[in-house]
Ligand binder design. Sequence first.
Ligand code: NAD
Ligand code: IPM
Ligand code: MN
Length: 348
Amino acid sequence: MPPKRIAVIPGDGIGREVIPQAVNAICATGAEVQIAEFDWSAERYLRDGTTVPPEGFATLQHFDAVLVGALGDPRVPSNIHAKEILLGMRFRMDLYANVRPVKLLDEFLCPLKNTRPADVNFTVIRENTEGLYVDVGGTFKQGTADEIAINEDVNTRKGVERVIRYAFEYARRHGRRRVLMADKSNVLTHAHGLWQRVFKEVAGEYSDIAASHMYVDALCLQMVREPAQLEVIVTNNMFGDIVTDLAAALQGGLGMAASGNIHPGRTSMFEPVHGSAPPLAGKNLANPIGAILTAAMLLEHIGFPDEAASIESAVSEAVRRRKITADAGGALGTAEAGAGICKMIEAG
Ligand code: NAD
Ligand code: IPM
Ligand code: MN
């Protein structure tokens, strides 16, 4: 078999520090891959005005997967490059399922009292191509006292159905027994009424999986009060963004959280949940574990399940031995924590 090809976009800020550690972890597994790095970033945009070069998305389709760090830089206050690169990939490559596993690796990482790893082990499936993110809307009379500002919440039958179906299929594939849909259909009766109807319909096809519903505000309460009841959550783009930062806190912080942006059968993109963390950037402080676990998700997706598992067990060992960065309770720098994990991968 020819080696699998991975496109790597470190991006901005701490993305440029954690992604090299994730790439080292991939190499340490011995997986047969070829890496090609792309410089899409604030730096490039400020240098020559390019966000995504011509044919950029078409080029990515020739790869088996894409690994991204983070995008966002205070020198680009409009955030235009991040929108065009990150949201560009999600929309143009139609990566409709944003899979964000939430797994507590050790009790000491959780800010909740008496909460064990078995209590925090669920996955959020976030719709990734529609909702409030589509940038449909506009402003009128901007800068006046009568200003109007509108962002439309766009939900399509096709978009809602495919992500809900993905959540049920994900549950089946991962031996999960429950899928919960979170919305705000008590207020957003049109848009989230569609989610309600489609969820009931699709749930009817999966009699082996229990389907339930919570309003998203109640879900936030339950995520903190009794996370053990959660297995697979499916929700819209905006709510998925918010609840996965809350979920990251349950795992030990944003530095621990991994994600995949998936379109089954097509080139998919993998990125840690965190952003570019400008105050940490360039200081060897960022936690590389979210990026390293993201690399494991990527490897599993492109056909290297054993290599993915070896990364996951090395990360668990690093956590157990506190060979981690300060945000998670250790004393190592980004590079040292990453190198330690690579050694544990190599040691098997
Ligand atoms: P952020 O995720 O960068 O940081 C939020 C908090 O988490 C900060 O306290 C930060 O120090 C901490 N944190 C994040 N990652 C960490 C890590 N690996 N190790 C240790 N601590 C970590 O979010 P923000 O501050 O709201 O946004 C900063 C920039 O990143 C903005 O431009 C934003 O738009 C962008 N952003 C990008 C992505 C992405 O590319 N996927 C995601 C979120 C935010
Ligand atoms: C995330 C981020 C992005 C989002 C931003 C940077 C556009 O917060 O991936 O969670 O809102 O989706
Ligand atoms: Mn987010």
